[in-house]
Design a protein around this ligand. Structure first.
Ligand SMILES: NC(=O)c1ccc[n+]([C@@H]2O[C@H](COP(=O)([O-])OP(=O)(O)OC[C@H]3O[C@@H](n4cnc5c(N)ncnc54)[C@H](O)[C@@H]3O)[C@@H](O)[C@H]2O)c1
Length: 416
């Protein structure tokens, strides 16, 4: 492509400022300069100004600033958008952008329900445009090396189980303590839930990346407050979960647990280990409070029963050595290892080459199915088969009122 891809950023809050715009700078410095940020949009002027200033610094030219995303979609000089908005707006803005002929990169957790997620993926198919989901952690050297060790090098033999368990007391926050980025997260239609759909989307993307397609989920979800626990079951008020016990089975035969609570005191639990017939790989970054969601970002250990030991650094070095320079360049283009930079590069490269991005809308929907399976399983008190859920054969309990809200607020049809 001779011309640079003209990119608009919609939503200039925490993640756009802290990671997306800096990821774009990393790409440009690495010579991956096939784009220019030509427009930014935020209802909060100072947020838009901050991202615009950063873009101007990195590329010389000032992007056009919009307060209204519909105006930006209709008028801005853009080919593609990077959507960093509250979850509930992902499908609304994404569908409108695709219908207006723009390529779309959308932040996790893709959308807030399976119905809205399906509509977004279908809009991309109809438009013939790239729809990519921003899931960064699988692009990190740690997760790349672990996926390779499990599925290509078979370093722990037949993969059988994983345990990802974490407990810690975190004092509940009063509404007046919430930052602007948390206020919308406490709104059910905008947030879609709490830890399971928000940061949990990262963990659920990782387990699909490591173990393939899931078969079934059984989960218990709780929102412990002072007094009686609130269970995510029909007839009981919706609350933000702070405790989850989920049991997964995968089509590959792998079974595993993801059990966490921030509402229990006393001894803290830390398990983050994958076991196979020949050995294990453990994430030992237990001091990182996000290890419950973001696996293999730091230290780790591979141990085999034949006595082999590899530190995470040694595993990553072996990974790079054995896959060779061409695949290393695909995974870490021009030596870039920043995971946000790589997810943006993958989107831009998919546009330039007319290829599928690593995680497209349908992939995002399958990870979202794990999110909703956890909620719906707890809601119904039954195990949920993922294929049944995706086929619409599981009655919607948890998602029903969120869908009803968005049915009343459809994506506007915009023409450029
Ligand atoms: N990949 C990650 O690790 C990661 C981390 C944090 C957040 N995120 C995701 O990024 C997205 C944004 O999260 P955040 O933490 O940056 O939230 P945030 O609240 O800090 O940012 C959202 C921005 O959108 C703006 N906005 C809201 N409604 C708007 C509208 N109608 N039109 C234009 N602008 C509007 C807000 O003013 C705000 O600046 C979410 O999907 C979140 O899950 C991803």
């Amino acid at each position: 492509m001779a011309e640079k891809i003209r990119l608009g950023i919609i939503g200039c809050g925490g993640i756009a400022r802290s990671r997306h715009i800096t990821g774009m700078t990393i790409l440009k410095r690495a010579g991956l300069d096939n784009f220019e940020v030509t427009a930014v949009c935020d209802t909060v002027e100072e947020n838009a100004q901050a991202v615009a200033a950063h873009a101007r610094e990195q590329q010389g030219a000032q992007p056009v600033i919009y307060r209204d995303w519909e105006e930006m979609v209709c008028k801005a000089p853009i080919d593609a958008v990077d959507i960093c908005l509250p979850h509930g707006l992902h499908h609304v803005v994404g569908i409108a952008c695709l219908e207006a002929g723009l390529h779309v990169l959308v932040e996790k957790p893709y959308t807030v329900t399976l119905k809205t997620g399906r509509a977004l993926a279908e809009a991309a198919d109809r438009a013939g445009k790239v729809l990519a989901v921003a899931v960064p952690h699988r692009r990190m050297p740690g997760q790349r090396a672990v996926a390779w060790a499990l599925n290509e090098a078979h370093l722990i033999g037949e993969v059988r189980t994983f345990f990802a368990n974490y407990t810690q007391w975190r004092p509940p926050r009063a509404p007046e303590q919430l930052s602007p980025a948390m206020v919308w997260r406490y709104n059910r239609e905008m947030g879609g839930g709490a830890g399971v759909i928000d940061s949990g989307f990262h963990f659920l993307d990782t387990i699909r990346y490591f173990y393939g397609e899931p078969e079934q989920v059984y989960a218990e979800v709780r929102a412990y407050r002072d007094g009686a626990p609130v269970v995510a079951r029909e007839g009981i008020a919706h609350e933000r979960e702070n405790t989850v016990m989920a049991l997964f089975s995968f089509k590959s035969g792998v079974i595993g647990t993801w059990c966490w609570s921030f509402a229990v005191a006393g001894k803290e639990t830390r398990d983050c280990v994958i076991n196979g017939s020949e050995g294990s790989i453990e994430d030992t970054g237990y001091s990182n409070r996000f290890v419950v969601y973001h696996q293999f970002m730091g230290p780790g250990e591979l141990r085999r029963r034949d006595g082999t030991y590899l530190s995470m650094e040694e595993l990553q070095a072996r990974h790079r050595r054995e896959i060779g320079p061409e695949r290393v360049q695909q995974l870490f283009p021009n030596g870039v290892t920043d995971h946000f930079a790589i997810e943006i590069w993958d989107f831009l490269d998919a546009i330039e080459r007319g290829r599928k991005p690593e995680v497209d809308g349908w992939d995002g929907l399958r990870t979202l199915a794990l999110v909703e399976a956890i909620y719906e399983s707890s809601w119904s008190g039954r195990a949920v088969r993922i294929d049944d859920l995706l086929a619409g054969e599981v009655p919607s309990g948890w998602q029903r009122d969120i869908d009803a809200y968005w049915d009343q607020h459809p994506a506007p049809h915009l023409v450029r």
